[in-house]
Design a protein around this ligand. Sequence first.
Ligand SMILES: Cc1cc2nc3c(=O)[nH]c(=O)nc-3n(C[C@H](O)[C@H](O)[C@H](O)COP(=O)(O)OP(=O)(O)OC[C@H]3O[C@@H](n4cnc5c(N)ncnc54)[C@H](O)[C@@H]3O)c2cc1C
Length: 407
Amino acid sequence: MTKDITIVGGGIIGIATAHTLLTRHPGLSVTVLEKEAGLSLHQTGRNSGVIHAGIYYAPGSLKAEFCRQGHAATLAYCTEFGIAHERPGKLVVATSPLELERLAALENRARQNGLDVRHVSSAELHELEPNITGLGAVLSPATGIADYPAMVRSMANQVVSSGGQILTGAEVSDIVEGSDGVQLTLADGREFKTSHLIACAGLNADRLASLCGLGDDFAIVPFKGEYFRLATRHNAIVNHLIYPVPDPALPFLGIHLTRMIGGHVTVGPNAVLSLAREGYGKLSLNLRDVASMAGFPGFWRVMRDNLHSGLAEAGNSTFRSRYLRACQRYCPSLELGDLLPYPSGIRAQAVMRDGSLVHDFLIRNTARTVHICNAPSPAATSAFPIADKIHRLAIKAFALKGAVSRV
Ligand SMILES: Cc1cc2nc3c(=O)[nH]c(=O)nc-3n(C[C@H](O)[C@H](O)[C@H](O)COP(=O)(O)OP(=O)(O)OC[C@H]3O[C@@H](n4cnc5c(N)ncnc54)[C@H](O)[C@@H]3O)c2cc1C
């Protein structure tokens, strides 16, 4: 079977990319291959559901630019196609003098990113959020929430009605790029020939990139985010999304209180090393994943450099009382019995060989393939601009216009 463009991965990035290609090039032959039985079963369906406004990201970075654009594009898409979304706004709450200092830097960064934010005093915080305490906060009124899996379903339907194909149960296990096309082998032995390949494989991004000679200097390190859900009687415990002030050295935002689509409130996620890329249970272990992590020098460096925060996170994960204390810093009325089980998610975080965490989105390409190597949060918010960037790369690298004229 020959296809013009094959996309690997049925998460929000793969489906948004298929959607963008078909919207801009009607008639282009696009196939999405997803290894699971359905779409959005990994990061896209196991996240906080937040439409980030873009407060945190380094000015000039892809994250800063794409998050701002993606915020608007996500809201526009949800409005146009009736996807559940809300704009409760977000408060980043400082609970110590050090966090107040960091909060000022964060507010400054948000302004540099062109966002509408304002400082909130401790007294005003109490008025806005009677159940939250802090020394001060930054309010981002634009931050929202969305049903990302519903958004993916909607885009996937549009892909199929525009002539695209989405195949589930199709795990790509080998890729051979040649001068006249790309040969794909699936885990069940089926073979595909495609002119061009776009890999949006999330937690397997490094493995697919390696098959194309692009992945030897980085590896995906999986960080589990464990959540709890508050009992229904706490559905109105907060009016906004409540976030702590993050450690600027880490790419994680800290345990937050999130009002979800559906009305319930989640607490989380923490960030603990996962011993399986796609194992969501507390004791999940995958020997292949552990062996590939242990054999990558950057993994040991990142563990060494973040030992203190890693141990603290592991403590929060092991002892629910410690997890609770992290939330009680800003929401003192919460009790142990309020924390009910909720599914966890696992972040695909790229780490370089020297142990540095890749903070920005990372996209690489060969003559016939494009690989999304690092697309952690806020990549759900940023899906449309990431897809647009892939489209621009595809026009350049694949001479996409030629591909279209051949259809
Ligand atoms: C705990 C957590 C909280 C988050 N919170 C937010 C948030 O509030 N807001 C936000 O904007 N972002 C958030 N994110 C980030 C966001 O969810 C991800 O950045 C985004 O979903 C990435 O989408 P993706 O399509 O790249 O990856 P995924 O959704 O993981 O999709 C990748 C797909 O590729 C498939 N695949 C992998 N290998 C193969 C193969 N060999 N063959 C075929 N298919 C393959 C997988 O099965 C999977 O379906 C969060 C992430 C986590 C984990």
